[in-house]
Design a protein around this ligand. Structure first.
Ligand SMILES: C[S@@+](CC[C@H](N)C(=O)[O-])C[C@H]1O[C@@H](n2cnc3c(N)ncnc32)[C@H](O)[C@@H]1O
Length: 248
């Protein structure tokens, strides 16, 4: 196919995919076109993956997906629960800056001593110490009320996902905002079995998809899976199964 035809075909495919891209959880399955053994390889060196030398703990396919989503929705507020080394916060800040999007970024972690010095020095990201079990202390409702929309809220701490989703749902998520629950991929947690020191986190992690499914069943009209991004690299071709959610 000539390159001009490829461009036309890409536009056509994009329109087709976008036509029925938002899907209820009841129409989705907890499986992926990327089989379990693939994740062993994709994750083996995940702690070596970095942005500007800072650990970036996003999946390889998310590194493709997030910038496209950011460019499309142009978030004015990004909140990430689980800042870790700070790589994702700095990456989001760079993406927004490159795209000319003036958004505010908040990265929350229970232990900010994990932050790389270069992330700490990046004034574009507001790193906040806090426990996602007590989100009202980190983001009181009156504070959230002042945050401009659209929002992109990312849960990446693997703790208390239902309460985290409820908190942001009850305190400001509105039509057009996105909520992403990271690491719901069950194959990934299987691949990690035995390599993960913290047995409790392992247990909670492998339950994430079930917890999310139960939560979504109670919010089926408001939160739909954006299959355009969710399935870009094959059905659920991501560390995040059925969890790129648009609020309607
Ligand atoms: C998977 S890492 C986050 C990775 C990061 N978002 C990235 O993409 O590079 C999970 C983080 O959640 C934090 N965490 C664990 N329990 C937490 C809690 N109760 N509240 C807030 N953060 C917590 C951990 O300290 C850890 O840094």
């Amino acid at each position: 196919m000539a390159y001009q035809e490829i461009i036309q075909e890409a536009k056509h495919q994009k329109e087709l995919l976008k036509a029925d891209r938002f899907v209820k959880i009841s129409a989705r399955e907890d499986k992926s076109d990327l089989p379990a053994p693939v994740w062993e390889h994709l994750l083996k060196n995940s702690m070596l993956q970095s942005w500007k030398g800072i650990i970036l703990n996003k999946g390889v396919t998310e590194i493709g997906i997030y910038p496209m989503l950011l460019y499309e929705i142009k978030p004015q507020t990004i909140i990430e629960i689980g800042a870790f080394n700070g790589g994702s916060g700095v990456w989001f800040a760079d993406c927004l800056e490159m795209m000319g999007i003036k958004g505010n970024i908040y990265g929350v972690d229970i232990d900010l001593s994990l932050l790389d010095e270069r992330a700490k020095a990046d004034s574009r990201v507001n790193f906040l110490q806090g426990d996602c079990n007590k989100l009202n202390e980190v983001f009181p409702p009156e504070m959230l009320a002042g945050f401009p929309h659209p929002w992109l809220v990312i849960e990446d701490a693997h703790v208390n996902l239902v309460a985290v989703a409820d908190y942001f749902d009850n305190n400001g998520l509105q039509s057009g905002d996105y909520l992403i629950i990271e690491d719901t991929n069950k194959y990934m947690w299987e691949a990690w079995q035995g390599n993960w020191e913290d047995g409790e986190e392992m247990k909670k992690g492998s339950q994430k998809m079930d917890d999310l499914r139960s939560w979504l069943k109670n919010h089926e009209q408001e939160y739909l899976i954006d299959s355009y991004y969710q399935d870009m690299y094959g059905y659920n071709g991501s560390k995040n199964w059925n969890s790129i959610l648009k609020r309607f």
